[in-house]
Design a binder for this molecule. Structure first.
Ligand code: NI
Ligand code: MN
Length: 227
């Protein structure tokens, strides 16, 4: 069993086997997530897809309070270590590692990756997460790309967490194509509504997926689902 809690924008927590994995923490800077208290978030690991502030802003603060290990691209980890992160585990695209029984693989993404001060963050990525009973894919910020076909090829994905807001990433129509390449029928949408440029019509997004018999879940911020 896994639990997924949504903290707004592209930030969510996966709990399984007594371990907590937080992805792309950007909470205090998100007006829509103002009711989320970051002092109560205590992950074992913090996975970062790329350097942009809307994926990293609260990483060091949460890592310090929880003693979590930050996992991500080599350059991103080095930068966050310099900012005070207590523990890091650098990776790169295509690499995988088993963290407390959970296999994480870093996947490609088509996106940029630099910190707000201009520091190079390597290339952007995503993650697959293989637990006892699930295989999830979190795309990170990315355009649609045809290599998504390969991601679940030998190990089917049962849930994909995809950006749907457009402008900076694929929009929901491209995310429908992504879901088809991944061969998944369950999607959680992220990276929408936070800023004016990525506001979407929820019903239109849900209908675009439903037309292809794919379920789109637009989670309420602070809510948890069980799988
Ligand atoms: Ni980005
Ligand atoms: Mn972003």
């Amino acid at each position: 069993m896994i639990q997924i809690t949504y903290y707004g924008h592209a930030c969510f927590e996966i709990n399984t086997n007594g371990k907590s994995m937080l992805f792309d923490p950007f909470i205090r800077g998100n007006e829509l997530a103002k009711d989320v208290d970051i002092s109560k978030i205590n992950p074992d690991y913090i996975f970062i897809t790329h350097a942009h502030a809307d994926h990293t802003a609260d990483a060091v603060e949460i890592a310090k309070q929880s003693n979590a290990t930050i996992v991500g691209m080599f350059e991103v980890c080095s930068y966050l270590k310099n900012q005070g992160a207590p523990n890091i585990h650098p990776m790169n695209i295509g690499g995988s590692w088993i963290f407390d029984g959970i296999k994480i693989k870093m996947t490609p993404a088509i996106h940029s990756s630099s910190f707000h001060d201009g520091t190079y963050g390597g290339v952007a990525g995503g993650f697959t997460v293989k637990t006892n009973d699930h295989h999830l894919y979190y795309a990170g910020d990315t355009a649609l790309f045809s290599d998504m076909l390969l991601i679940g090829k030998n190990n089917p994905i049962d849930l994909a967490i995809l950006p749907i807001g457009g402008n900076f990433t694929m929009d929901y129509n491209d995310a429908v194509e992504a879901a088809k390449l991944l061969n998944v029928n369950k999607v959680i949408g992220v990276h929408y509504d936070t800023f004016g440029l990525i506001k979407i019509n929820h019903n239109e997004a849900i209908n675009a997926f439903n037309t292809e018999k794919i379920e789109l879940n637009l989670m309420t911020i602070g809510s948890t689902i069980k799988l």
